[in-house]
Write a protein that binds this ligand. Structure first.
Ligand SMILES: Cc1ncc(COP(=O)(O)O)c(C=O)c1O
Length: 422
């Protein structure tokens, strides 16, 4: 470790009694991404994770940092003490738009990813027999909406398999496209094995064929950097409660401005339209607002918006590049450690660097068909939280590595795995 960063990290540790002091100091640290002391000081000062708990399930939910929890509490106290109704504010849309590279009025705030997927799914005009192409690795939130529309209206869901490389995945998708393909609805990063799909190439391919793209972006924001305009997708549904570390229940829906008036808006209310008059004969509704805010309606949770803003502020302060480098390095370290254990580990996450994000999935092949699920359950009682992925027959252990995790924690996990390999 370089002397300068060691000293700064040591100063951080010394100041651990004062969280505010630590926070002030870490903002001035050099942009070295892989300094364990830096990250462990950050964890100690920012995260309420109890001592001895190893949380490796950020793919399900992020751990909310103290400043974000404070913003939430302050927001509720402000509303309760002043009787303050939050009204309508654009600040959170603006912060998300800046990070993902679009205009703020192309963003609607939602309560989760599934809500955005519903906006896209039910909003795209389709006829019976039109095909939607998806992967065999969808999350319930990514596919149930589409499957339900298939049941109700006779659209057809087709699937393709993920490849071991980005090129193979792209080729598999291209082969599955037919003349009837109307929509490609795929995850940017599937919840199962965490590989990064080549979404820019997928969208380019779709644009050239007039196919609509609806991307399930549950995982990327807060993990990797991306830009929806460079990607060229039509719809992108994401959340802030996983890698971006906002409290549970905060999502966003990006709609490309060109698609706004081509998308049916099935759920609307206050803020979707500024004009209505029930006293007129007949009553009039007027036009919907000319931006994505038509999809965010009714009373919203102002304190939650404040907390989301605080989470994104923290993300920007630590640095998206620094965080991406850190979380991917931890995942690579874990993958290499697991692969060194031999053929009792079946590695499911691609080893290709550009396809590997910050989640590693593997199956335990020790002769017990339930080994992977039993392993996840048994580790929970040892204060190690992982995710067992049973859906779609994937049957694997998924490990998510955020910046508050450490190599030491990964070593502990690997030594637990060794015990069950026999
Ligand atoms: C890939 C993927 N899509 C969709 C979802 C659903 O997200 P939400 O629960 O925020 O609606 C998840 C949740 O884990 C997910 O991993």
């Amino acid at each position: 470790m370089k002397r300068k960063s060691f000293l700064t990290a040591a100063a951080l540790m010394a100041a651990a009694g004062s969280r505010a002091g630590v926070r002030r100091q870490f903002m001035q640290m050099p942009a070295e991404t892989d300094d364990e002391q830096y990250w462990s000081a950050l964890r100690a000062s920012l995260f309420p994770i109890e001592n001895g708990r190893i949380f490796l399930n950020n793919g399900t939910m992020g751990i909310t940092p103290y400043p974000v929890l404070s913003a939430l509490q302050n927001g509720f106290e402000h509303a309760a003490s002043k009787g303050a109704y939050p009204g309508h504010t654009d600040d959170l849309q603006k912060a998300i738009a800046e990070l993902i590279g679009c205009d703020f009025d192309e963003i609607a705030i939602t309560k989760n990813v599934s809500e955005g997927i519903n906006h896209a799914c039910w909003g795209i005009p389709m006829s019976k027999g039109d095909e939607v192409l998806m992967t065999t690795h969808e999350h319930a939130g990514g596919c149930i909406t589409w499957l339900h529309r298939a049941n109700m209206e006779g659209i057809v869901i087709k699937t393709f398999a993920l490849g071991k490389t980005a090129n193979e995945t792209l080729e598999n998708l291209q082969k599955a496209v037919t003349k009837k393909t109307r929509v490609i609805a795929v995850p940017h990063i599937p919840c199962t094995i965490g590989q990064i799909l080549p979404v820019n190439e997928i969208c380019e391919f779709a644009i050239n064929r007039g196919i609509v793209t609806a991307i399930d972006g549950a995982h990327p924001l807060g993990m990797i950097r991306f830009n929806v305009k460079e990607m060229g997708c039509d719809y992108y549904s994401g959340c802030l409660h996983k890698w971006a570390l906002a409290p549970l229940g905060l999502g966003y829906f990006y709609i490309n401005r060109k698609k706004l008036d081509k998308t049916r808006c099935t759920h609307v209310a206050a803020y979707s339209s500024n004009e209505f008059n029930m006293a007129a004969t007949p009553p009039t509704g007027g036009k919907l607002v000319d931006n994505a805010h038509r999809f965010s309606y009714g009373t919203f949770c102002g304190p939650m918006y404040e907390a989301g803003l605080e989470a994104l502020k923290l993300y920007k302060k630590i640095g998206p590049e620094r965080i991406e480098t850190r979380v991917r390095a931890l995942a690579a370290y874990l993958q290499e450690s697991l692969m060194a254990l031999g053929d009792k580990i079946i590695m499911l996450t691609p080893t290709e660097a550009k396809s590997r994000g910050a989640q590693i999935a593997f199956r335990i092949n020790n002769g017990n068909p339930k080994a992977s699920s039993e392993f996840v359950t048994s580790l929970y009682s040892k204060k190690i939280t992982l995710r067992y992925v049973g859906e779609n027959g994937v049957d694997c252990v998924r490990v998510s590595t955020h910046y508050y995790n450490s190599r030491e924690e990964i070593d502990t996990l690997v030594s637990e795995i060794k015990k069950v390999l026999g």
